[in-house]
Design a protein around this ligand. Sequence first.
Ligand code: NDP
Length: 297
Amino acid sequence: MKILLLGQDGQVGWELKRSLQCLGEIVALGRQGQGALIGDLADLSGLQRTLEVVKPDFIVNAAAYTAVDKAEADQALAFRINAEAVGILADYAASSGCWLIHYSTDYVFSGGGRAPWAEQDTVSPLNVYGRSKLEGERAIQRSGCSHLIFRTSWVYGTRGNNFAKVMLRLASERQKLQVVSDQVGAPTGAELIADVTAHALKAAATGAIDGGIYHLAAGGEVSWHGYACHVIETARALGMQLRVETVEEIPSRAYPTPAQRPLNSRMDTSRVQAALRIRLPVWQEGVDRMLTEIQGL
Ligand code: NDP
């Protein structure tokens, strides 16, 4: 089995390089590519050539334009990478008969209400990033290829930049932090996403899972404020020296950003758990593990 992994240097891509290792031959590319193989999703013709040379049985696409605020002023590039390039991958998968495994986001939803979003709920993204990711999903569905789309949320990893690491840096510099408390979701480890992807890929290879969209996030829920407090308390318990004394709750309107964020990022993950017969651990398990790893570095 030959697997083409795109976005190998991102949080999820890095973990996929580990979790997919034992499933077959992996051709892993970052934005820089490798020799004649193009890994830059903005280079659509180069990407097409890569597919034709590699001839994968599975394409796993962890590359994406993920700069949510920057995307507001950089719409053309966000759509090129998150939608057009994904369309190239999907069309190739449809014509060659290979599988496409792709990642999307809870930002395809409006964030209204308090109920966890299910796969079939109405989509209505609030920002350019969300719209570009939704267009990527639609390109995959239009192509008719065999696919798995994992919509995930609030991703962190030991490698890469993320909210938990920013909080740790700020907590070591400042006495007081203000963190948004009206956006609720589940921090989800890149490790967990990569491990579930490996299960899913194996299931797809043996015809044991239906293609389509699956929500994939850790269990439980928390606000960004609650997440920040947990990170700080756990880091202190692990012996990290932090200056912070107060972590104040603020509403989203007190922290304006170029891109509007959904308030409700809760995801109903029952479909993926039933399909793969897995249990998704509560978010604290992965976060505590990451903090322990960071502390040991
Ligand atoms: P990262 O930002 O950590 O990784 C994305 C990777 O894509 C980076 O290595 C980036 O490279 C690469 N990339 C960007 N532009 C290009 C390009 N033109 N060609 C090739 N590679 C490119 O994201 P995650 O690993 O966290 O995200 C994985 C998936 O999960 C994505 O589909 C994302 O949309 C989705 N997701 C992520 C969430 C999050 O909180 N991070 C939440 C919900 C969904 P470089 O570093 O050089 O820019």
